[in-house]
Every structure is written in C-alpha cells, then in structure tokens.
Design a protein around this ligand. Structure first.
Ligand code: SAM
Length: 258
C-alpha cells in the first residue's frame, strides 16, 4: 500500500471519520482497533482465523464456490469476468471491494482501474494481512472497517463489489444502505450472495442453515427488492445453484415527481 494510495483513500473519508494519526499495521489502515463487528456464529468467527486466511484463496473459496454454485457453476476466472462486466470499470474509476477477504478480487479491480483507486475493506485482520502481502499495485489500499458503517463520504465510489459476504455480515441490509450511500450517481454495484431454492420458504431454510453455519440464506427476491427499495435501477439477477449474482446502478438523475 503506497503512501499515495493511503492519502487518496483518506481523502474519501467523512471528515469526522478521518483518523488524526492513521494506524497502519501489516499493510492496512486499521479503523477498528479492538472493535470487532464480526458476528458470533462459528462460520463468521472462522473469517478471523489466520489459518483460513492462508488457504482461503487456493482451497476454501473454490470449494465454497462449488458447494454454492455446483460443479458446473462459474469458476474463479468466470466470477472475475462477471464482476468486471457488472462493474464496467474504467481506468480512472474508484472501486470499493466490501468484505474483500484476502483481496482475491481487489487486486484485479486495481489492474482494471489502473489510473484510479481500488480500496478493499474487511473486518478481519488475518484476511487483510494476507491481502496486503499479495498486492503489488500502487493504486490499492486496504482498510479494516465495518461494512455496516463505512467511513467514506456519500458518493465516493464509481463501482462497488460485495462478493460472498452479505450472507456473513451481521446486518446485511445496513451494509446495503452503506453501499448505496457511498456510490456515485450512475455508479455500479455487483453482489454475489446466497439464494434460497427448493420447496422450503427462505425463512425455514435460513433458520436451519444460519443456526448451523452462520450463513444467511436470502429469499430469491430479497436482495433485488432491497436494491430497488434503495432507489437503484437496472437491477439484474442471475441465479446459479444456491447463489445469486446481482447487479444494479444508481440512477444519474433524480426523477421529478411533478
Ligand atoms: C467469504 S469472505 C469473502 C471474500 C471475498 N469477497 C470473496 O469473494 O472471496 C467474507 C468476508 O466478509 C468479512 N466480513 C464479515 N462481516 C464483516 C463486516 N461487518 N465488515 C467487513 N467485513 C466483514 C469477513 O471478514 C470475510 O473476510
């Protein structure tokens, strides 16, 4: 993380959230200190483990992808292509990767926006330490923060990705509020999360799966409705196995009702 990338990232902060002395440790800017917004379920706590952070990208994530999306579902390269297509990044864009884990997508976003800025935000020290070690681009910065209380000013990012994380975030609808708040007009959002399938209603599936694993199962229309309720347009959903990719755009012009 270069001094310039840190400076550019801090310039996007709400003035009241800007630390007077930024705490940079293990290659990321830590806003949380001893605070921990990660939920209490074992599946959520696992994300804080240094051992998991080390094997996440090579083993855990590909396996999780297969479990959620099936053997024929998109592999890492396909997911990346889908993310890049949904985010439609231009070289000068500012892109935020919410719950970036070990930076497995953030690094590619930094390459696609090579004259812009890619910021990865996550709550896990272990994940961010790996992310920082693996990232060589000069235009990348990592922040340890809470997805439900983003430190950034309104309308500060051109594109925002949140892959494989909303189902683990304690208050996912609050995270969506924040994502929409910090997105510029005409900005794009890309989500990958769980999706209820089969005969049981999402409420029933969610109750069982969440109790056992900590993973929340979203009803088929829950995320698309949530984005629409928050004023986003151009909403598209692609359901793959037990997962859904969702893209949307913040409208450029506020409709005048008169
Ligand atoms: C399964 S990983 C996803 C990583 C990456 N986006 C991907 O697609 O592989 C989920 C991440 O969500 C993070 N997370 C969970 N709750 C969070 C919160 N409230 N704020 C920020 N990150 C959070 C975890 O620390 C973990 O790194």
């Amino acid at each position: 993380m270069t001094a310039r990338a840190v400076e550019q990232t801090l310039a996007l902060f709400e003035p009241a959230r800007r630390p007077t002395v930024p705490e940079i440790k293990d290659g990321y800017l830590d806003l949380l200190g001893e605070e921990d917004p990660t939920g209490a379920h074992p599946g959520q706590r696992l994300m804080l483990s240094s051992a998991l952070a080390l094997i996440y990208e090579r083993l855990w994530r590909p396996l999780g992808g297969r479990l959620f999306m099936g053997a024929m579902g998109p592999a890492k390269g396909d997911e990346l292509r889908m993310a890049l297509s949904m985010l439609a990044l231009s070289p000068k864009d500012r892109v935020l990767d919410v719950a970036c884990g070990p930076g497995n997508f953030t690094r590619d976003f930094a390459r696609a926006a090579d004259a812009g800025l890619a910021v990865g935000l996550d709550a896990s020290k272990a994940m961010l330490a790996v992310a920082a070690r693996k990232s060589e681009s000069a235009n990348i910065a990592y922040v340890r923060g809470d997805a439900c209380a983003l430190p950034f000013r309104d309308a500060s990012f051109d594109a925002i990705c949140c892959f494989a994380a909303l189902y683990l975030i304690e208050e996912p609808m609050q995270a969506l509020d924040e994502i929409v708040r910090v997105l510029v007009p005409d900005g794009r959002v890309a989500l990958l999360s769980s999706c209820n399938r089969g005969p049981l209603p999402a409420r029933a599936t969610n109750a069982a799966v969440r109790r056992l694993t900590g993973v929340r199962i979203f009803a088929r229309d829950e995320l698309t409705d949530a984005l629409s309720d928050r004023g986003l347009t151009g909403i598209e959903q692609q359901v793959v196995g037990l997962a859904q990719f969702v893209t949307a755009r913040r409208p450029n012009v506020v409709e005048n009702p008169s």
